[in-house]
Ligand binder design. Sequence first.
Ligand SMILES: *Cc1c(COP(=O)(O)O)cnc(C)c1O
Ligand SMILES: [Zn+2]
Length: 413
Amino acid sequence: MRSALTHLACSKCDAPYDADTVQHLCRCGAPLLASYDVEAAARTFTPQNLAAREPSFWRYGELLPLRDERNRVSLYERMTPAFPLTRIGAATGLPSLYMKDEGVLPTGSFKARGAAVGVSRAKELGVKAFAMPTNGNAGGAWSAYAARAGMEAVIFMPQSAPAINRLECVMAGARVSLVDGLISDAGRLASQAIAERQLYDAATLKEPYRVEGKKTMGFEIAEQFDWNVPDVILYPTGGGVGLIGIYKALRELQTLGLIGKRMPRFVAVQAEGCAPIVKAYQERRTESDFWPDARTVAFGITVPKALGDFLVLGALYETNGTAIAVSDDALLSAQRNVAAQEGLLICPEGAATIAAAEQLRAQGWIASHERVLAINTGTGLKYPDVPYPQPALLARRSPTGARASEGEAPRLR
Ligand SMILES: *Cc1c(COP(=O)(O)O)cnc(C)c1O
Ligand SMILES: [Zn+2]
């Protein structure tokens, strides 16, 4: 299983770049994407071979950038399950509603995919320290993999980012700076530190390999759906790297001849409080504007302006997909429904895809016979502060006045 990586190519102007030295953005300012020798990969990247390999995304080695397995930095990831949401599906009029649950990955979100591949490849290229701005889960994942790799992580995080992500980064030994501002402000400070200290820039899409890790979601989906991809894929979109990755993976599988011409219709799901991609999509534009006053409980999708917005929008147009914004009320209520009816505590971002599926079914955009896959990007356990109905608090004294104090053996009557 040898990487068939050949070079990097600009996602906008197609300019080629050497893949075996450190690269960031193209001269034109757009992200670079990895290109592979698909014919070479096709010789061993077959359904039969894949099925016999280890049950993690590392099984897709031909189409991953790592040249030497000894550089692999792993927390022993597993393929994540894709399974039917039977009750929610029935209630929504979508009998073939599925969820892919990324919450079971190390650090509790799909960010582990990007971090595992990104950190491994950085290590392979000789990187000793990197910096990045983060809203939360990416910092947590990259800090963890950096610790595993013995690499230095320099993290810039808005002060308002969840305490749990701060905890993850600090515990993993990252050098964390809190920023009084938004992710965009954290980005400016990260860029400054990168220039001053010559650190590797690991910001979203500013290095080409995070998206290669996230791409593996698409390979897993194709395999789990027996090479007959779903009709619709709903993805909670912030920077959009996951959606860009899944789309890239499916295009590569088409080139390999492993899936047919039919693509799933991609749906970018955002929160009403931060919906730049949805707005651009509605205006049929190819790029988005900065979204002022971004605000939602789904902090993983609080990205006011994504560097890869044109790639997300391109995937939506090319697959006859759509973009939809849901309210925080709708996504929080979907989160409770999925927990109560399916037993899964999913993250608010993932819940947004369920709320979106309901709305798109009601509008007739999704037909009842279609196979619909919602991506749950993380575990709900990382969100202890979401609002939920509080249980009643019982008094320690019973109404009769009998005391049940600690330390005393219960008295028998
Ligand atoms: C980062 C994140 C997202 C958004 O991911 P992108 O691929 O960058 O759009 C969604 N959900 C969770 C839980 C996240 O951490
Ligand atoms: Zn370019």
